[in-house]
Design a protein around this ligand. Structure first.
Ligand code: FES
Length: 249
């Protein structure tokens, strides 16, 4: 059988500066891998390694450039003469609230985060966002009282905190946006009818028999059941249905 090999990627070694100290690292590495290559060990400031958790906010400058740049260490590839540091923690105000009793109104947000009105619309928050979230736009939406718009605009936020680190109004935009998304998802968006129906069925015990049966299986039987389960074909038509409806609503 013919085999194929992946093309070889040749890495050059380049100098980077981590917290002021020079290290020579392969130019194919992300900042996160370069830090490890240089001998650092992650205790915090690293979570998913996939650009989702927001733990690895990084600030850097490039040689001969005045501009402060930001990125996620797990996603940004090193460049020659990069001066960088990771922000392991940025102190940010996060309000405490009882979500159940909170009214889904702009006033609830204003009361918990009055600093929202300290925004001077400088847009530094949007410029540093590694997810290209239009932070100023969602803050402006909230100032207009539009919780739904703020929730939608901030949907890609990964809570890295870089917006707060640059804010002239000293607010933690990402915590405010999280509250907007909670209010929108939990209290403003109509509940899906089918979800309510299935929850009611679960509470009525419609699946108790199947669950008891599954709990009685040993590990191998469970594995077999799982690996041999019928799966929906990738290009299935909307009308596709599994042959067996055991355990389904
Ligand atoms: S480690 Fe999770 S976003 Fe970088």
């Amino acid at each position: 059988m013919a085999t194929t090999t992946a093309p070889e990627v040749k890495a050059e070694t380049i100098p980077i500066y981590i917290m002021g100290k020079r290290y020579d690292v392969p130019d194919t590495l992300t900042i996160m891998k370069a830090l490890e290559y240089a001998g650092y060990q992650y205790i915090r400031g690293c979570g998913c390694r996939g650009g989702v958790c927001g733990a690895c906010a990084t600030v850097y400058r490039k040689a001969g450039d005045y501009k402060i740049r930001t990125g996620l260490a797990c996603q940004t590839v090193v460049e020659p003469e990069m001066y960088l540091t990771q922000i392991p923690f940025y102190p940010a105000n996060r309000a405490s609230y009882d979500f159940e009793s909170l009214e889904p109104t702009p006033e609830s947000i204003y009361k918990l985060y009055p600093e929202l009105f300290r925004c001077v619309a400088c847009n530094a928050c949007s410029k540093v966002c590694p997810m290209d979230v239009e932070v100023l736009d969602y803050i402006s939406a909230l100032k207009r009282g539009d919780i739904k718009a703020a929730a939608e605009i901030s949907f890609d936020c990964i809570q890295c905190g870089l917006c707060a680190s640059r804010c002239m109004g000293e607010m933690a935009q990402y915590h405010i946006a999280q509250l907007a998304r909670r209010l929108n998802g939990g209290k403003l968006t109509p509940k899906a009818q089918h979800l309510q129906e299935i929850c009611a069925k679960i509470e009525e015990g419609a699946f108790d028999g199947t669950l008891t049966e599954l709990k009685g299986l040993d590990k191998d039987a469970l594995k077999k059941l799982y690996t041999e389960r019928e799966m929906e074909p990738a290009m299935a038509h909307d009308s596709w249905k599994p042959k067996s409806s055991v355990g389904l609503a």
